[in-house]
Design a protein around this ligand. Structure first.
Ligand code: NAD
Length: 335
C-alpha cells in the first residue's frame, strides 16, 4: 500500500523501514507534521501514518478524504487528536497501536520520581562544578510511602508492580479496577481520597472529554500538602496554570512532566536557537522542583520496534480487507 508517513525523524524511518522489510508497503516519509497546511502532501495516498501531535481535525480529514485517503494509521496509543466522528462520516478507518512496551512509560515515570526525590539533576550540576555540599538535596525513602495511580490499565499496572517492589503503599483510581493491581495490595478509592492520602500522584489515564483538566484548581484542593505530581500520560490531563499556582504556594512539592498541553509544535524539535514563545512553559522551567522531559517516555528500542511492527501489520490488515483488532471507532470507545 502507498503510505504517506508524516512527522518523521531518522529514528522513525529506521524502525518503520526495518518492520516494513516483511510487509512490502511503499512508505514515503515527510518530516513535516500533518496540518491543514501540509495535508496536500497526502494527495493520492490511500493511507497516511501519523503520530501524537499531528492534527486530524475535521477540516484536515475532509481534505484527506477528497485526496483519496481511506486509512489513518496512528503510530501511538492515544487517539485524542483524531476527530473520530468526522473520520467515520468520511468513511475512513482509524487504526492505532494500543500496546507497545508499557514498561517504557512506567520506567520513565519512575525515573522522574527518583530524579525529583533525590534531586539527581541538581546533584549532577553541582558535582561537575566541584560543589559537594548536600544542603538542598534531602529526599525521602520511597519505601512505605503512599502512591496514588490514576488509571490502572497497561502502563498504570506496570507502574504499580514497580512501586510495589519499592515497598510503596498503593492507592488507585479507575472506573475499571484491575485484578493485577489489586494483587499488589492496591486499594481503589475515589479521586479526592486518593489525592488526600498520596505522597506521590501519577497519571496513567487517557485524555478524554471527561479527563480533560482532571487535575485542576478544585481537585488540587484535595492534594496532600507538598505531594509530588507526575504526568507521563497526556498534557491536557492537567490545568497547567492551576498547577503553577500550586507550585508557587508549595501545595505541590515536586512536579515531573513528560507531556504538556501545548506541546504540539514544540516537543520533538530542536528549538535551542529560538526564543521560547510559551510563557506558561517558561514559568514551569523556573521552578527548582520541576523536571520536564519532551514526551520521551515511550522512547526505547523495544517500544519503537513494537510501534513499527504493529503499525505495519495494521496497514497490511486493511490492505487485505481483513478486520483489524486495533481499529478505533466511536462505538468501541463507548463500550
Ligand atoms: P490503557 O487503555 O491500558 O489504560 C488506561 C486506563 O485508564 C484504563 O484502565 C481506563 O479504565 C482508565 N481510565 C479511563 N478514564 C479514567 C478516569 N476518568 N479516571 C481514572 N482512570 C481512567 O492505556 P495505557 O496503555 O496504560 O496508556 C495510558 C495513557 O498513557 C495513554 O492514554 C496515553 O495517553 C499515555 N501514553 C504516554 C506515552 C508517553 O510517551 N508519554 C506513551 C504511551 C502512552
Amino acid at each position: 500500500m502507498q503510505v504517506a508517513v508524516f512527522n518523521t525523524k531518522p529514528y522513525d524511518r529506521h524502525f518503520l523501514e526495518a518492520a516494513n522489510a516483511a510487509q512490502h508497503h511503499t512508505l514515503t516519509f515527510f518530516e513535516s507534521r500533518l496540518t491543514l497546511e501540509t495535508c496536500a502532501l497526502a494527495q493520492q495516498f490511500p493511507a497516511i501514518c501519523v503520530f501524537v501531535n499531528d492534527q486530524l481535525t475535521r477540516v484536515v480529514l475532509t481534505k484527506l478524504a477528497e485526496g483519496g485517503t481511506r486509512l489513518l494509521a496512528l503510530r501511538c496509543a492515544g487517539f485524542n487528536h483524531v476527530d473520530l466522528a468526522a473520520a467515520q462520516e468520511l468513511g475512513m478507518t482509524t487504526v492505532r497501536v494500543p500496546a507497545y512496551s508499557p514498561y517504557a512509560v512506567a520506567e520513565h515515570t519512575l525515573a522522574l520520581v527518583l530524579a525529583l526525590n533525590r534531586k539527581i539533576y541538581r546533584a549532577y550540576s553541582r558535582v561537575r562544578e566541584g560543589n559537594f555540599a548536600l544542603e538542598g538535596l534531602l529526599g525521602f525513602d520511597l519505601h512505605g510511602r503512599t502512591v496514588g495511580i490514576i488509571g490502572t490499565g497497561k502502563i498504570g499496572a506496570v507502574t504499580a508492580k514497580i512501586l510495589n517492589g519499592f515497598g510503596c503503599q498503593l492507592l488507585a483510581h479507575d472506573p475499571f479496577p484491575n485484578l493485577e493491581v489489586l494483587a499488589f495490595g492496591a486499594q481503589y478509592v475515589a479521586l479526592p481520597e486518593l489525592l488526600r492520602h498520596a505522597d506521590i500522584v501519577t497519571l496513567h489515564c487517557p485524555l478524554l472529554p471527561n479527563t480533560h483538566h482532571l487535575i485542576n484548581a478544585d481537585t488540587l484542593k484535595h492534594l496532600k500538602p507538598g505531594a509530588m505530581l507526575i504526568n507521563t500520560s497526556r498534557g491536557a490531563l492537567i490545568d497547567t496554570s492551576a498547577v503553577i499556582r500550586a507550585l508557587k504556594s508549595g501545595a505541590i512539592g515536586a512536579l515531573g512532566l513528560d507531556v504538556y498541553e501545548e506541546e504540539a509544535g514544540m516537543f520533538f524539535e530542536d528549538l535551542s536557537n529560538a526564543m521560547l514563545q510559551d510563557d506558561v512553559f517558561a514559568r514551569l522551567l523556573t521552578f527548582p522542583n520541576v523536571i520536564i522531559t519532551g514526551h520521551q517516555a515511550f522512547f526505547t528500542r523495544e517500544a519503537l520496534t513494537g510501534i513499527a511492527e504493529t503499525t505495519l501489520a495494521n496497514i497490511t490488515a486493511f490492505a487485505e480487507g481483513r478486520h483489524c483488532a486495533n481499529s478505533v471507532t466511536l462505538e468501541r470507545i463507548k463500550k
